[in-house]
Design a protein around this ligand. Sequence first.
Ligand SMILES: [Zn+2]
Length: 152
Amino acid sequence: MQGSSSENEADSRLDPAVAARLRRDDAGLVAAVIQQHDTREVLMLGWMDDEAVRRTLTSGRVTFWSRSRGEYWRKGDTSGHVQYVKSVSIDCDGDALLVEVDQVGAACHTGARTCFEAGGDLGATPAARPQAAGRTAPAAGSATTQARQEDR
Ligand SMILES: [Zn+2]
């Protein structure tokens, strides 16, 4: 049908308003953090070019650009571990996306639920916020408040 084919053409470019906000790396890619929408599990990280972002925004399925294979890759097409898109957000400076999904099965190709489970804990030395900082709020205008406001 003529109507649907021109719709497809209109659809074949990423929305310029979205494209203008992307800050791509030298390879034309932005990072996409994939999160399970209800449990908030951080599932994996992938890379997207403009076309992968467009497909992810419009098709209901997460599509990545595979840097190793040099091709588009729709999550779940071979594994069955589909990611259904719930929402896509962009970060403050445009170089990363947060894609909330409903993940079928394992997000990681190893079979682990998340890629970070698969990779494992690197054994960072845990740190605690200093006790005094959180216990009582300093009076407004105090030196501490001043110092905090200047803290970037
Ligand atoms: Zn993985």
